[in-house]
Design a protein around this ligand. Sequence first.
Ligand code: C5P
Length: 203
Amino acid sequence: MSAFTVALDGPAASGKGTIARAVAERFGFAHLDTGLLYRAVGARHLAGEEPIAAARALVAEDLERDDLRSSDVAQAASIVAVIPEVRAALVDFQVAFARRAGGAVLDGRDIGTVICPEAEVKLFVTASDVVRAERRYLELIAKGEDVTRESVLEDVRARDARDAARDAAPMVAAADAVTLDTTEMSIEDAVQAALAEVRAARG
Ligand code: C5P
């Protein structure tokens, strides 16, 4: 099969990661969580490295660190993601991944707008910030992180604001993206809606 790209963009904890994994599994596509790239750069920055150098030196093992899902690393990721040279260092890998043979699903903030504007399917997955913060809070608590509902909501809002306001590849729905608001949807229903979009585009 030739290239077929599913671009899943949206804010933190909107459900796009779960949807991306389900689409990849159902259609046999490769999956790239592009947030992990920025998180890996953020983690190296927290460890003292200059962000642009860290982005240029990123290696596969950086994506396997077990602290990448922490809230500190999430904030650091959104701080380094503002820097155009950091983003530029990560573009080629993502573009090649998006157009690999056999199909690919990428989730992030700028997949449908910058990385793969020609994607066959573009979804912008969103939900209210309170609902997203609650989902993230439950995930972090389950992993044993010491967080409160208030602190997670504050983190989500800070990250949303930074991601939407930056000049370089801001988080925005592509003009031709289908918006999926999961505020009042179960994750199963959101997955089914996304699968239907992909099926329709595959013809
Ligand atoms: O998706 P996730 O929450 O793991 O992303 C962490 C951070 O990485 C985001 O808040 C955002 O600043 C940045 N990011 C980005 N572009 C992407 C994916 C993530 O700027 N394509």
